[in-house]
Write a protein that binds this ligand. Structure first.
Ligand code: BUP
Length: 460
């Protein structure tokens, strides 16, 4: 008997935050006996993306890889110089062009799993091919519900509200009110490419088959029950936290491992602001002094540029040789790509200072590591609200968006101390970890059941 093997085409968008959940999903689909085609753009914005794609493919030679040449855009007077936003827009505008690349594959495609950012174009391709398109969300359910409502929020009635300084919250049907201070600043400008791209794709949400969320029932319980009753959305399908995939041993650099292995259990603060946060030099110095004054051991992933290829400055120049000397027993500063998931799983890690990129939040959730959230841009303030409510972490709303104001060393020192000593937080974070592992366990976990049901549907 030959069993029908669903063939799923995965189409992520730009940046590690978008690529990572797709690769994790690809690996999961392979383990459930699906055939996978991975569509990536011919050139990527960051070096991390291209390195990651090639090492993933060399570990999984059974994956069919298609490179999609995104046609160059007219040089426009763009509302953003962020290379990731520009790539979002370019990929979004040309996403319908993947049709000839996937229309004659053998076996034929059974479904497309595509990024929210390319949804509108991919829906059209899916409909011509007569297959379902599932959106893979790379953010929290709460932020997704904000994006889904964005076309309505940007109508004139809401725009007036948004520009009224007395208005501090916005109501979205079924959800607890969202503070306006958590709205990504580009949302106040409907012409901003980030906003315009999201609005166009938000309008297409209702036409996809379902939204696969890297989240789990326990973590966003209230939002999940509310959102599933909204008629303008297809089913929301929590399938997370998505699990790390295996890489060949020689592909992983682990300079930090011997150091981490020598640190006492739960003693190290891990500090990382994701793959595309460029912190100012002044802020980096405050963070350096705050960390040192906290007295805790630290592993710090330092970045000064949005795109990794441009990040060339030495750690010593940025932080001073005397700091490196003074803290060499207590701390390690890295300016390279690490295996974050592995670091978070190391017993020495006791707390995580992080920007709240959604992948990082799910990785911390899975391990029950308490977080000090320091959101910088985009969905991150909404994500910080979510993780605080779930009991995974804390944050100080007065720190503002990244770069909005200089957060002083004393404030950082105090919060790091709280992060590492709050026993109640440790217990609630541990509980989150237990629930995350339950959700992804064998056949009985809620997230496992959900993805298996989707695969089953594709076999029919
Ligand atoms: Br940096 C770094 N190693 O050195 P997020 C990141 N990661 O494994 P972002 C590493 O990249 P967006 C490194 O574990 C996570 O899975 C990290 O995604 C991994 O944040 C991913 O956390 C980064 O979502 O993207 O990069 O800021 O802004 O799109 O959320």
């Amino acid at each position: 008997v030959t069993l029908f093997q669903p063939h799923i085409a995965l189409f992520p968008s730009a940046g590690m935050g978008h690529l990572t959940p797709f690769l994790r999903l690809a690996s999961m689909l392979l383990s459930h006996n699906c055939k996978v085609t991975l569509i990536t753009t011919k050139s990527t914005v960051s070096l991390a993306e291209s390195t990651c794609i090639s090492s993933f493919l060399s570990t999984h030679p059974e994956i069919n890889h298609i490179e999609f040449q995104v046609p160059p855009m007219e040089p426009s007077n763009s509302t953003s110089d962020d290379p990731f936003f520009i790539q979002f827009e370019a990929t979004s505008r040309s996403s319908h062009l993947i049709h000839p690349l996937i229309s004659s594959l053998t076996p034929p495609i059974s479904a497309i799993f595509s990024d929210f950012v390319v949804l509108s174009g991919v829906n059209k391709v899916a409909s011509v091919l007569g297959v379902p398109n599932y959106t893979v969300s790379t953010t929290s359910v709460k932020f997704l519900s904000l994006m889904a409502y964005l076309p309505i929020i940007l109508t004139s009635e809401y725009s007036t509200k948004l520009s009224d300084h007395n208005c501090t919250e916005i109501e979205i049907p079924g959800l607890t009110p969202l503070p306006i201070s958590s709205f990504p600043p580009p949302f106040f400008n409907p012409n901003h490419i980030f906003t315009a791209t999201l609005v166009e794709n938000a309008r297409a949400l209702k036409d996809c088959k379902g939204i696969l969320m890297n989240s789990f029932d326990f973590f966003e319980n209230e939002t999940l029950s509310a959102i599933n009753s909204l008629s303008y959305l297809p089913p929301i399908l929590p399938i997370g936290p998505l699990q790390a995939y295996e890489l060949k041993k020689d592909q992983i650099q682990r300079r930090y491992l011997p150091w981490l292995n020598n640190q006492p259990e739960g003693s190290v603060v891990f500090v990382s602001f994701g793959s595309r946060t460029a912190m100012s030099k002044d802020q980096i110095r405050e963070l350096r002094d705050g960390l040192e004054k906290s007295g805790y051991r630290f592993l710090w992933l330092l970045k000064t540029k949005k795109v990794d290829k441009d990040d060339k400055e030495d750690v010593e120049d940025l932080l001073s040789i005397s700091f490196i000397e003074r803290t060499k027993e207590k701390g390690m500063v890295l300016k390279e790509w690490v295996n974050q998931q592995e670091i978070l799983g190391h017993p020495a890690i006791g707390g995580f200072v992080n920007h709240c990129g959604w992948n990082s939040v799910m990785e911390a959730a899975q391990r029950g590591i308490p977080m000090l959230a320091w959101p910088q841009h985009g969905d991150q303030r909404v994500n910080a609200e979510v993780l605080e409510k779930a009991g995974l972490g804390m944050w100080d709303r007065t720190w503002g968006w990244g770069g909005q104001r200089l957060v002083k060393q004393g404030e950082i020192q105090t919060k790091v101390f709280q992060l590492m000593t709050d026993e109640k937080l440790k217990r609630s974070a541990k509980k989150v970890g237990e629930e995350a592992r339950k959700a992804t366990a064998g056949n009985g976990g809620s997230s496992t059941k959900t993805i298996l049901e989707v695969i089953e549907l594709l076999k029919q």
